[in-house]
Every structure is written in structure tokens, then in C-alpha cells.
Write a protein that binds this ligand. Structure first.
Ligand code: B16
Ligand code: MG
Length: 209
């Protein structure tokens, strides 16, 4: 019944979330700030700067805007180095097969990600030319839970939100989908979200909804 599916990238298509974690961990160790999985889950789907601000909530020190920019840049350098090691093998067989099957059903497939590194990641995993539309951190001013990234994706596809399903691993991502008028499917950390239209235990479950 949907004409299109808009996929979040980090945590849905691929597991770059582990690299974000490693890169932030390096910064928090340098600054002696506590950091764990619970804090890390709050970083899902939110922009780089907002992520940094969440991390710095635990800091006793106040930092200037300039210092914060340097921290975010340093984190991104570490993250980019980790991305450079990614190959098409980092795309699971399940995700690859499911994406192909959905495409051959005639569905339009798009990306809706907060990440400014989206083009690099898609290239590394061999999906550089696969999607019908890519909306990412480079073309938005408000990150999730604002629906902007998904609204831009549906506009690129020339479809109404009601015709699209959003797949998300972030609680803020499911909220963004609801606020934009999209149907949503929650996977991973977002599975507990009450407002999600569907809960996916596996990516391949998309073939059954
Ligand atoms: P970048 P998604 C999000 O990607 C990540 O979940 C989030 O942790 C990250 O801070 C954000 O992208 C920005 O990423 O630093 O690469 O611009 O889940 O929306 O695909
Ligand atoms: Mg995500």
C-alpha cells in the first residue's frame, strides 16, 4: 500500500552507530567525561553538534563555541577514518536482499538521514547509485525529531507523506515520522516506541508489511 520507503541510514541500513560510539568515546576519554550506551542511544538520529551538547551535559567544564567546533571536527575525523575502512561487505546479506526485493516490487526507495557523511557511507557500502532519492544532513536545517529530512525525501520522490513508510532505529526518528504524517517502522533501539506504526524484529520483516 505504500509507494515508497524512506530509510534512516545509521542503525538501519548499516551499523555505523558503532563507529559514532567509538569516535565519541575517544573524545569523552580525552575530556574525562562519562559515556555509556544509554547516553549513546540519545545520540541516534540527532545532529553532530546536538550530539556533542548531549555528551557535554556530563562535563563539569563549560566550553566555548570555538572549542566545541574543534571537538566536533576532531570526532568527525576519527569517524571518517573508520568509515574509510568500510566496504560492500559491511552491508548485510539480509539488508541487500531485502532492498533488492522491495525495489523489484516497484517501490521507490529513499534515504532520510541526519548524517552529513551520508554520501561517503553509501559509496563505501556500494549503494552510491541505488536509491531514488537521498535526503541527508547536508540539506536540512533542523534535525530529527523535526520531520524536515523526511519531508524533503518525500518531496524529492514527488509523493505525499501518507504514501511513504519511514524506517527508523531512533526514538527521535519515529517522532519525526509521526510529526511529518508518515507511517513508520521501528527497528533496534526504537522498537519500544509506542507511536510506531510497525515494529520490525528483523530488517527482512519489511517484506511482510
Ligand atoms: P554526522 P541517521 C545520524 O544518522 C546518527 O544516528 C547520529 O548519531 C549522528 O550524530 C548524525 O547522523 C549526524 O552524523 O556527524 O555524520 O553528520 O541515524 O540519521 O542516519
Ligand atoms: Mg539512525
Amino acid at each position: 500500500k505504500y509507494k515508497a520507503i524512506i530509510f534512516d541510514l545509521d542503525g538501519v541500513i548499516c551499523h555505523t552507530d558503532q563507529y559514532h560510539y567509538q569516535a565519541w568515546k575517544a573524545l569523552t576519554e580525552r575530556l574525562h567525561i562519562p559515556f555509556d550506551e544509554t547516553i549513546n542511544n540519545r545520540l541516534r538520529g540527532v545532529s553532530r553538534m546536538q550530539s556533542l551538547n548531549i555528551i557535554l551535559e556530563k562535563s563539569k567544564k563549560q566550553y566555548t563555541a570555538l572549542e566545541k567546533e574543534a571537538f566536533a571536527e576532531g570526532k568527525n575525523k576519527i569517524y571518517r577514518n573508520l568509515l574509510a575502512g568500510m566496504t560492500p561487505d559491511d552491508l548485510s546479506d539480509e539488508v541487500r536482499k531485502t532492498l533488492k526485493a522491495l525495489k523489484s516490487k516497484g517501490l521507490k526507495l529513499a534515504i532520510g538521514s541526519s548524517s552529513k557523511n551520508t554520501p561517503i557511507i553509501l559509496h563505501q557500502i556500494g549503494l552510491g547509485d541505488f536509491f531514488d532519492a537521498v535526503s541527508d544532513g547536508n540539506n536540512i536545517t533542523n534535525s530529527k525529531p523535526d520531520p524536515e529530512v523526511f519531508l524533503k525525501a518525500s518531496a524529492m520522490l514527488k509523493l505525499a507523506p501518507q504514501e511513504c513508510l519511514v524506517v527508523e532505529d531512533a526514538v527521535v526518528g519515529i517522532e519525526a515520522a509521526s510529526r511529518g504524517g508518515f507511517f513508520s517502522a521501528a527497528i533496534g533501539d526504537a522498537q519500544t516506541c509506542k507511536s510506531a506504526t510497525y515494529v520490525l524484529h528483523h530488517f527482512g520483516d519489511l517484506l511482510n508489511i
